[in-house]
Design a protein around this ligand. Structure first.
Ligand SMILES: *Cc1c(COP(=O)(O)O)cnc(C)c1O
Length: 439
């Protein structure tokens, strides 16, 4: 048999919408690794697989608002197909600071003197440690030496930054006296303390016989030259939620806000842009202007800064907060949709489909935030495990299977995706008949 023509094989799949160069690459790989008679089938499988790996719209039926695998917070994206004034001062025609409107908004919304934007919160923490505590000591409570999903471990980040970890207290209890002892201790082998780092227990809780030192207490105990920094992670800008007509929802419970932590005495706060802030992947450092300035001037800044598309998405998110405009804050809009609205939508979706049932569910924030939060919600249930066929729908519907049924939670579905949910359910039930499974 002649070796199949790579080009012909690639062209045969032009309708997939994949770029020709990608198809050629796939065809080469398939031809090299497959017996000639199986090439056509193998290529079709490869193309199908690859087409599903493009950036695609997905319907999030999981009820996890900040689903890390689904991009955490949904953010309004505007294609950046024009030039922008990214680093250009339109007033004087000179090179200007990067996105000054973003940092100004972040400072205004949190009551900080200044702000700085980097790639993510991990980068913000790393930069602040390197710039403000490199070669010196950082005091952290043993109850806060955390790991955030994806391998962000506070002790490792600290080591990478060139700072030395000084652990105080125990896993469940750290007292003000532990902190003052560590601050007072003069030790030949220990570098001087540059910072007290408070790490928010974003994705876990220690309950029971516990005690911790608050940011305010830390600020009162530490000498003025020691920086008190809070790694808040989760990114709630203001615990009063002034952008929500009804104020903070009950499930936010005691989540600290950046504004409050700064008011309590933190010199610097690091937060994530795509957790409770509901913006694009980014990290913010807000706080004292002199400290933000030192971080901005550190050589790592160049490597950790983010690009124009992120900055413009963040600017729109922060502007929506400033204008209390929920349409620009999809995360908060989804999170606070009244349960009755979800139920009405669920009933409309289930109307023509006898095997689809409307059920009460519990949604969560996810994304390594608010571990105990339970957000009342409504979803659609069908018997059997339809997770895979729903995922194969166009657009893909990500659902969860539990207790012999498949659940699509409407808390995380945008209203204009309801039709897609109905179609995906009808398709999956029709094709697979899992709804017939006796139970
Ligand atoms: C999530 C989190 C981080 C990491 O944030 P990314 O933006 O994902 O890098 C760091 N610290 C805390 C406390 C967090 O909750």
């Amino acid at each position: 048999m002649h070796p199949p023509s790579i080009d012909r094989l690639a062209r045969a799949h032009a309708a997939s919408g994949l770029p020709h160069a990608t198809l050629v690459r796939l065809a080469r790989r398939v031809v090299a690794g497959t017996a000639a008679e199986d090439v056509a089938d193998a290529m079709a499988t490869e193309v199908q697989h690859r087409a599903r790996r493009q950036a695609l719209e997905v319907v999030n039926g999981t009820g996890v608002l900040l689903h890390t695998n689904l991009g955490r917070a949904p953010t309004p994206q505007r294609p950046a197909d024009r030039y922008s004034n990214l680093e250009f001062d339109l007033a004087d025609g000179q090179r200007g600071p990067r996105a000054p409107a973003v940092t100004e908004l972040a400072a205004t919304l949190t009551g900080a003197e200044a702000a700085l934007v980097v790639n993510n919160c991990a980068a913000a923490v790393m930069l602040a440690l390197a710039a403000l505590a490199g070669g010196r000591g950082v005091v952290v409570s043993r109850g806060e030496l955390v790991e955030i999903g994806g391998g962000f471990r506070v002790p490792d980040v600290l080591a990478q930054s060139g700072a030395t970890l000084i652990e105080v207290g125990t896993t469940n209890r750290t007292r003000p006296a532990d902190l003052s002892e560590a601050l007072a201790l003069q030790h030949a082998e220990r570098p001087p303390v540059a910072m007290v780092l408070k790490v928010h227990q974003s994705n876990y809780r220690i309950v029971g016989f516990t005690e911790s030192v608050s940011v305010g207490e830390a600020r009162a105990l530490a000498p003025p030259e020691v920086v008190v920094m809070a790694d808040l992670g989760s990114g709630l800008l203001d615990a009063r939620c002034p952008w929500l007509p009804g104020g903070p929802p009950p499930w936010l419970a005691d989540e600290p806000g950046v504004a409050q932590v700064l008011a309590e005495g933190a010199d610097l706060v690091a937060v994530s842009g795509d957790k409770l802030m509901g913006g694009p992947q980014a990290g913010l450092l807000v706080g004292r202007a002199d400290l933000v300035e030192r971080c901005a001037r550190h050589p790592l800044m160049r490597a950790l800064r983010c690009g124009g598309a992120t900055l413009s998405a963040l600017e729109r998110t922060l502007t929506a907060y400033a204008e209390r405009d929920l349409t620009g804050l999809p995360f908060w809009r989804l999170a606070t949709t009244p349960v009755e609205d979800l139920r009405a939508r669920a009933e409309a979706i289930a109307a023509g489909q006898p095997r689809v049932e409307v059920v009460d569910t519990v949604a969560t924030t996810g994304g390594g935030t608010l571990p105990g939060a339970r957000i009342p919600s409504v979803g659609l249930a069908v018997r059997g495990d339809l997770v895979a066929p729903l995922r194969a729908a166009q657009p893909a519907l990500v659902a969860r299977a539990a207790d012999g049924r498949t659940l699509v939670d409407l808390r995380t579905v945008f209203p204009d995706q309801d039709e897609a949910v109905a179609a995906a359910l009808a398709g999956a039930l029709g094709d697979h008949g899992a709804g017939d499974v006796a139970g």
